[in-house]
Design a protein around this ligand. Structure first.
Ligand SMILES: Nc1ncnc2c1ncn2[C@@H]1O[C@H](COP(=O)(O)OP(=O)(O)OP(=O)(O)O)[C@@H](O)[C@H]1O
Length: 614
C-alpha cells in the first residue's frame, strides 16, 4: 500500500508493501561486510583530526603525565638509597615533598588530558551522528524497503555510543601506554640489563595469551553487536506493530522470539566478557611471576653488592610500569575491536549511495499545469520479472485518474515512479512535457501531495501537523485549510483545540479524524498533482461522507491519481485505468469500461453487490 511510503516504522518488510514472513529473521539476511581495520581507523582519524589543536594539547599532557609517572619510582629509589639508608632526615623531607609535587602534577595532567579528550570524542560522535542522520534522509526509499528499521536505529544509537565511549578513553590509554612502555624499558635497561632480560622473559607468554584471547573476543564482540541490532529491531517492530501482534494473538510467539534473541545476546556477551576478563587475570599471574624473579635475582645481586636496595625497588616499580601498559594495551585492543565494529557498521550506511545525484543541468520546476504523461514505461524492482510493463497513458491538467486492479497489480508502483521514489527502467514519464528524470526530485515532490489511508501524523500539536504541508503557512491559513477539510469542528471540540498535542503516530484521535487532518495538510500544500490512496477500512458513514466531500474539494482543479476502492470515487473519475500484472488492460470512462464487459465490469458488479473494495 502507498501508505508504506511515508510510514516510518512498520512491521518487518522485505520489500515495499510486502510483509516478511513472521518467522523470517530479516536482519539475518544482511551480509556482514569484510572487515577493514586500517581503513576504518583512518576514517575515524579523519574525524578526530578536525580538532587537531586540542589533540596536540592532549598529546602534550599525555607526554607530561607519562614522564611524571616514570619519574615517581626513580625518586623513590633515590630516596631509599640516599636518605633512608644513609639516615638523612632533612634530605628525606625535601625528597618526599618533591615526590608529592610529582604525584599532584601527574594527577593534574591526567585530569586535563581526559577533559580535552572527552571534548574531542564528543564532537567526533556529534559529527558522525549528524552525518549519519543527514545521510539516512538522502537514501532512496529502496534502501529502507530492504532494511529492518530497528536495526538501523541501533546503528545510530548503540554503535555510535560504542565509538563514543571508546574514544573517550582509548586514544589517551594507547598513547600513554606506549610512552610509558618505551620510557620504562629505557630506564630498566639503564638500571640493570640482566633484570630487564628477566622481565622480558614473560613477554612472549603475554603476547601469545592476549592474541589467543582477542582472537576469540573480536568475533564475539562482532556477534554481540549484531545480536543487539537484531534484538533492537525486534523490540521496535513489536512495539510499533503492537496492534497487529494483539489482533493476531501473537504475544506468545513474539515473546518466544524475543527470548531467543535475548539468549543469543546473553551468550555472546557472556563469552565476550568472560574472555576479556581473562586478560587481566593472565597478566596478573605473569606479573607476579616476573616480580618474584626480579626479587629473587635482585636479592642475590644485592647480596653481592652489585645493585642497591633502592635500585631493586625502582626496578620492581618499573617492571610494573612495563607490564601495566602491556596489559592496558591488550585491554584497549578489545575495546577498540568493539568500537571499530560499531564504526564500520556506521560507515557502511554512510557508504550507501544517496538517491542518485540530480543530473547536471537539471530542470528546475516552478509553476506547473499538471499534465502527466506515461510513455512505454517499464520497471522491475529486482532483476526478476517486470512489475510495470510498457505502460502508456495521458492525464490532462485537472483530470482525475482512478487506478484499479487486483492486489499486487502495480498501482502503488506506478505512483512510486511518478514521484521518483524509484526510476523507470525504460520509457519516459513527463510532467508538463518535461522528463521527470531531468527534474530535481525535491521540486517534483513539492508539486505533489499525498493523502494515504493510514496517514502518518507526527508527535506534536494539530497545528504543527497540518503545517507540515507548508511550513511558512500562517495560523489563519492552517485554520482555513482545516475548515476546507471539515476538520475544524472536531478540532475546536478538543480541549486545547489547534494546540492539542497528538501522541506519537497520531494516537489519540480516530482514523477518520486522522484522514481529515491529512487532507487539511494536503490542502495547505496546495499541490498541482494529488495522490490519493483510498481507505479500504470502513469508517462510520458520517465521517466517510465528510472525507469524500473534503477530498472532492481537494481534488478540484488538480491532476489527481486515486488508488480507488469505492464505487462512487471510481465513477466520478475522468478516466479509469485497470492494471493487471503491471499492464494496463483496460482504460476509459466508467460507461465505456462497463460496455466492454471485461475485468472492470466484473469488479463493478462485485462492488455493487458487496459495496466494498476489490
Ligand atoms: N520494494 C519492492 N521490492 C520488490 N518488489 C516489490 C516492492 N514493492 C512491491 N513489489 C512487488 O511489485 C508488485 C506490485 O506491487 P504494488 O505495491 O505496486 O501493487 P498494488 O497494485 O499497489 O497492490 P495493493 O493494492 O495490494 O497495494 C507486487 O508483486 C509486489 O510484490
Amino acid at each position: 500500500m502507498l501508505k508504506e511510503l511515508i510510514r516510518p516504522f512498520q512491521y518487518p518488510r522485505t520489500a515495499m508493501g510486502r510483509e516478511a514472513s513472521p518467522n523470517q529473521p530479516v536482519s539475518s539476511k544482511v551480509k556482514p561486510r569484510a572487515r577493514n581495520w586500517s581503513a576504518t581507523l583512518r576514517r575515524i582519524w579523519g574525524y578526530l583530526s578536525r580538532s587537531k589543536a586540542k589533540l596536540y594539547l592532549v598529546l602534550l599532557m599525555v607526554i607530561a603525565s607519562s614522564g611524571l609517572t616514570l619519574l615517581g619510582p626513580f625518586l623513590v629509589g633515590r630516596t631509599v638509597d640516599n636518605y633512608i639508608v644513609l639516615q638523612n632526615s632533612s634530605g628525606l623531607l625535601y625528597s618526599l615533598l618533591g615526590l608529592a609535587c610529582v604525584y599532584v602534577l601527574q594527577s593534574v595532567t591526567v585530569w586535563l588530558q581526559n577533559y580535552w579528550m572527552i571534548g574531542i570524542a564528543q564532537s567526533t560522535v556529534f559529527s558522525m551522528r549528524s552525518q549519519l542522520f543527514e545521510h539516512l534522509h538522502k537514501l532512496p526509499i529502496s534502501f529502507f524497503d530492504k532494511r529492518q528499521h530497528g536495526e538501523l536505529m541501533s546503528r545510530v544509537t548503540n554503535d555510535i555510543e560504542n565509538v563514543s565511549s571508546t574514544l573517550n578513553s582509548s586514544f589517551i590509554q594507547i598513547c600513554s601506554s606506549l610512552l610509558t612502555l618505551i620510557g620504562a624499558v629505557s630506564v630498566m635497561l639503564w638500571l640493570s640489563p640482566l633484570l630487564t632480560l628477566l622481565t622480558f622473559l614473560v613477554v612472549p607468554a603475554m603476547v601469545y595469551g592476549t592474541k589467543w584471547i582477542t582472537k576469540r573476543t573480536g568475533r564475539l564482540f562482532k556477534e554481540q553487536q549484531k545480536n543487539l541490532g537484531d534484538l533492537n529491531g525486534h523490540i521496535e517492530e513489536t512495539i510499533s506493530g503492537q496492534r497487529i501482534v494483539k489482533m493476531f494473538s501473537q504475544e506468545k510467539r513474539v515473546i518466544a522470539e524475543f527470548k531467543e534473541k535475548n539468549e543469543r545476546i546473553r551468550r555472546s556477551a557472556f563469552w565476550a566478557q568472560t574472555f576479556t576478563g581473562f586478560i587481566p587475570k593472565v597478566m596478573n599471574v605473569l606479573n607476579n611471576l616476573s616480580f618474584a624473579m626480579i626479587a629473587g635475582v635482585g636479592g642475590i645481586l644485592a647480596l653481592k653488592n652489585l645493585i642497591t636496595i633502592g635500585a631493586i625497588i625502582v626496578f620492581v616499580e618499573y617492571s610494573r610500569q612495563f607490564t601495566r601498559p602491556l596489559n592496558d594495551l591488550a585491554n584497549q585492543f578489545n575495546t577498540l575491536l568493539s568500537a571499530v565494529a560499531g564504526a564500520e557498521r556506521v560507515f557502511d550506511i554512510l557508504d550507501e549511495e544517496a538517491e542518485e545525484k540530480e543530473t547536471a543541468g537539471s530542470v528546475r520546476l516552478t509553476e506547473l499545469r499538471g499534465e502527466v504523461n506515461f510513455s512505454n514505461v517499464s520497471f522491475a524492482y529486482d532483476k526478476g520479472g517486470e512489475t510495470i510493463s510498457n505502460v502508456s497513458f495521458h492525464a490532462a491538467p485537472g483530470e482525475t485518474i482512478a487506478l484499479v486492479g487486483p492486489t499486487g497489480a502495480g498501482k502503488t508502483t506506478l505512483i512510486n515512479l511518478l514521484s521518483r521514489f524509484y526510476d523507470t527502467d525504460s520509457g519516459v514519464i513527463t510532467v508538463d512535457g518535461i522528463d521527470i528524470k531531468k527534474v530535481h526530485r525535491a521540486d517534483l515532490r513539492k508539486q505533489m501531495a499525498f493523502v494515504l489511508q493510514d496517514s502518518f501524523l507526527f508527535q506534536g500539536t494539530i497545528r504543527e501537523n497540518i503545517r507540515y504541508g507548508r511550513l511558512d503557512a500562517t495560523d489563519e491559513e492552517v485554520e482555513e485549510a482545516a475548515k476546507m477539510a471539515d476538520a475544524h469542528s472536531f478540532i475546536m471540540k478538543m480541549r486545547n483545540q489547534y494546540d492539542t498535542v497528538l501522541k506519537p503516530g497520531g494516537g489519540g484521535i480516530s482514523q477518520g479524524q486522522k484522514q481529515l487532518l491529512s487532507i487539511a495538510r494536503a490542502i495547505l500544500a496546495n499541490p498541482v498533482i494529488l495522490i490519493l490512496d483510498e481507505a479500504t477500512s470502513s469508517i462510520d458513514t458520517v465521517t466517510e461522507v465528510k472525507i469524500q466531500d473534503a477530498l472532492q474539494r481537494l481534488m478540484k482543479g488538480r491532476t489527481s491519481f486515486v488508488i480507488a476502492h469505492r464505487l462512487n470515487t471510481i465513477q466520478k473519475a475522468d478516466r479509469i485505468l485497470v492494471l493487471q500484472d503491471g499492464k494496463i488492460t483496460e482504460a476509459g470512462s466508467h460507461e465505456e469500461l462497463l460496455r466492454r464487459r471485461g475485468f472492470y465490469y466484473e469488479l463493478h458488479n462485485r462492488l455493487v453487490t458487496f459495496g466494498s473494495d476489490e
